[in-house]
Design a protein around this ligand. Structure first.
Ligand code: ATP
Length: 144
């Protein structure tokens, strides 16, 4: 059975979050297909990520042309543009991608993403806030 952890990953949306994921996966030796609709983003990351496509991830034909149906794992790292986040996630679900991760910016956004087929929903700002709170309280204990 293939090791799914070494399979290539599609990362949709190269804002700060998506870029960090794509670069870290690449650093770990995972092949990445990164998709962003802004040409400038692709240009600035060229050579640092295995494959970068400038394309609209809310278009099924585009996803098919890029070979997305062959991937086992995908991350939708679009947050601010709710419509694009929801559409891209629903297309990945329609393509029956086995492991879909999606970023949400609110609890309601997260609920929608789960309902339409995201297997994992992450809340980067909230999750990082909790983590920093743990770190801060840990440090405070050092002074007590
Ligand atoms: P971050 O906080 O990670 O910087 P953000 O939530 O502020 O991101 P968003 O507006 O969610 O920013 O967009 C993240 C990226 O997704 C942007 O680089 C944007 O160009 C890209 N993006 C938005 N819509 C699409 C789409 N339909 N297809 C491909 N990429 C898209």
């Amino acid at each position: 059975m293939a090791d799914k952890n070494s399979d290539p990953v599609v990362v949709i949306g190269l804002g700060r979050f998506g870029t960090a994921i794509a670069l870290e996966l690449t650093r770990r030796g995972t092949e990445v297909l990164a998709i962003d609709s802004r040409p400038k983003v692709g240009q600035s990351l060229a050579g640092r990520i295995t494959h970068i496509a400038t394309a609209d991830a809310t278009d099924m034909e585009t996803l098919n042309q890029l070979g997305v149906p062959d991937f086992y794992r995908a991350v939708v790292a679009i947050g601010g543009d709710l419509e694009a986040s929801i559409l891209a996630t629903s297309l990945l679900a329609e393509l029956e991608i086995d492991d879909i991760w999606a970023k949400a910016i609110s609890e309601q956004h997260g609920q929608i993403l789960r309902r339409i087929g995201a297997h994992h929903v992450v809340f980067p700002e909230h999750d990082m806030g909790e983590r920093v709170a743990h770190l801060v309280s840990g440090r405070m204990l050092d002074y007590m």
